[in-house]
Design a protein around this ligand. Structure first.
Ligand code: CDP
Ligand code: MG
Length: 152
């Protein structure tokens, strides 16, 4: 079982797409184990996107990500990190395949609706950046026996 961090970006909140996107993750069988709405500060944006702070486009990314409330969440499931990244699609909504979240709902390289951790180290770092251990509500959904075989 693996946990991954996702962030419904300000465009997703403003465009009222959170419900649709959440449904996709729930329909897939992924389990929400933490969620909160918050306003990202420039300091938090710089920590979250530490690998991009020096990029020429970082200032506009910071302006975007701090420009309205976001919803941070943790999803749990088998291979959750890879599965969520594949559900999101390529970074740019113009490149992302149809059927992916970005491919279906975004026509932008920046306003691509949802962030997802890109590996186990990033997932651990990002979960710790937004949530305390006590805020993770891991639980076994009663429907689990109908989502996959016991030995999967
Ligand atoms: O989110 P993902 O891992 O797919 O992409 P990234 O290359 O790690 O970039 C992080 C975020 O920066 C993207 O999701 C975009 O919102 C934004 N970005 C941007 O504003 N301009 C770019 N040229 C590339 C990315
Ligand atoms: Mg990335």
């Amino acid at each position: 079982m693996q946990q991954t961090f996702i962030l419904f970006k300000p465009d997703c909140v403003q465009r009222r797409l959170m419900g649709k996107v959440m449904s996709r993750f729930e329909d897939k069988g992924l389990n929400f184990v933490a969620m909160k709405m918050l306003q990202i500060t420039p300091e938090l944006a710089q920590q979250h996107y530490a690998e991009h702070v020096e990029k020429s486009w970082y200032p506009t990314l910071e302006q975007f990500i701090t420009g309205g409330p976001v919803v941070a969440a943790v999803l749990e499931g088998l291979d959750a990190i890879r599965v969520v990244r594949e559900m999101l699609g390529a970074t740019s909504g113009l490149q992302a395949s149809a059927g992916t979240i970005r491919g279906d709902f975004s026509a932008s390289r920046q306003m691509n609706l949802v962030h997802g951790s890109d590996g186990p180290e990033a997932a651990a770092r990002e979960i710790a950046l937004y949530f305390t251990a006590a805020e993770l509500c891991a639980h076994e959904p009663t429907i689990t026996p109908w989502l996959r075989a016991a030995d999967e």
